[in-house]
Design a protein around this ligand. Structure first.
Ligand code: CMP
Length: 145
């Protein structure tokens, strides 16, 4: 991957962050980092929709609980774009477990637990290629660039 490669990633502001009222602060961090928001919507996932999104974790002990958590309230999936966007968004989020996340990261500041961890981000180009069309059709994504 080149240092200047333009990538897209799927970000989700999770139900716990919306319930806490920190949506605006998270979006401000995205804007301040210079990542472009190409698509966003507020949706309340069904259990089946959450299960399909996290299908890669279906054998993990936390899978059922994670799917229940993701249906507790609305979430905001977004498509972000920028140079090395996948890693830059992951750096802004911090580690999955907020207790292990670096100070100043979104999860350290706003997450409640390893499950209710405020935000999601694709972990690779391949994951983004599955996750973006899971939520957005071509016509829902601003063409960018
Ligand atoms: P996310 O980045 O969306 O990817 C998978 C999610 O599963 C993760 O954030 C957490 O919400 C959740 N998760 C990961 N590990 C655990 C765990 N050990 N216990 C509970 N939930 C977890």
């Amino acid at each position: 991957m080149s240092e200047t490669e333009i990538q897209r990633t799927l970000a989700i502001i999770k139900p716990d962050a919306i319930a806490k009222g920190v949506l605006g602060q998270i979006i401000t961090r995205i804007e301040q980092a210079g990542l472009r928001i190409l698509a966003a919507k507020l949706i309340h996932l069904s259990r089946e929709q959450a299960a399909g999104f996290y299908i890669v974790h279906k054998d993990r002990p936390f899978y059922q609980s994670l799917c229940a958590f993701m249906t507790q309230g609305p979430c905001i999936p977004m498509v972000l774009e920028g140079e090395r966007c996948i890693q830059r968004w992951r750096d802004l989020m911090g580690a999955t477990d907020p207790a292990k996340a670096e100070p100043g990261t979104i999860r350290r500041e706003f997450a409640s637990s390893i499950e209710a961890n405020a935000v999601h981000g694709s972990d690779s180009v391949a994951s983004a290629a599955f996750e973006i069309p899971y939520f957005f059709g071509t016509l829902e994504i601003y063409p960018g660039r």
